[in-house]
Design a protein around this ligand. Sequence first.
Ligand code: AMP
Ligand code: MG
Length: 353
Amino acid sequence: MKKIMIYISTFLLTTGTLLCGCRTYINTPYSSAEYAMGTIVSNTIYADKNTGREISENITDELTNLENNYLSWRAGNSLISRINKTSENGSTVMPDDKASLFFRKVLELAEKSSGAFDPSIGKIIDLWGFYDNNPHLPEPALINELLPKCSYKYIKYTDSGASSSISLASDIKLDFGAVGKGIGCDSAYQILKTSGQDVCGAVISVGGSILVYGSKPDNSMWNIAVTNPRKDNDDDNNYLGILNIKDTPCFISTSGDYEKYFEKDGVRYHHIIDPKTGYPADSGLISVTIICNDGLVSDGLSTACFVLGIKDSLPLLKEYNAEAVFVSTDKKITITDGLKDIFTLKASGYITD
Ligand code: AMP
Ligand code: MG
């Protein structure tokens, strides 16, 4: 019997096949890079090739559906576009279950972050021109005019079972850019879940948001890289560090001042706006990475915490049972307790607390 077991183990190792749960999997994942939601979507799926390809295609289709039918403010008939018209024409939008869930989570995060994350910020974002390939300093008068009108409190969401409704009580424009990719990861999770035993584990990366699902066939840790927010020259490491993940599913999102920005007179103006000032958040951070058990929340929290700064983020992280890696302007890395043992620094020039 022992001899047979040794033979089986040798066979599995030499053929690169390993056991995961009660199924057998090839230890080489199916990998693909697709384009959806305006970004690169990278999939690493431990499953047979056909299953991997099918799941990868299903994820791309669902992300395209989310973008076109729910989240885009450009697609004329998307949920967000239809809601954006409600303040002009006095209409109301009836959300389906999916949309209701987005709004419940988004409004809760806006409230809990005291408006540091505010999805009503679209018109102020437009002033900065990041989405028109024309980033520039807006006229202060325009910011001051819009600021009092932009608040999530003007998003009227009533949830009464079958007759939920959404409308805007002020001339605002919704922008779900801070949570869209996390929502994409939530959908990828639902797709992977329905595949049951056909998938051992997977990493799905939608722009700056990542889903880590299941386990690798050999049960080794998932290594998830965190982007180096200041890769100033070719010798610098691309990665700030590596998160060694064992507990899944988990969702990881990073917000940083290096993603979209321009410089004027030596000042960096980036795309994460403090809703209280209308200007790029100046909380002493250059990057925030969040890990928690929900994609939308991890994405929204990374934006909110970037605006709030370390001290004011900590109670919010507690409320969501989330963990974070903060990087300050002085290149100091602050890691919350739950991540201290699983984060390994890779880039030089940073100090950890
Ligand atoms: P992220 O990279 O996930 O932090 O999202 C940044 C994007 O979210 C920006 O490009 C804007 O579209 C939008 N955004 C910027 N600041 C905020 C904010 N304070 N609250 C909500 N959305 C924001
Ligand atoms: Mg975000």
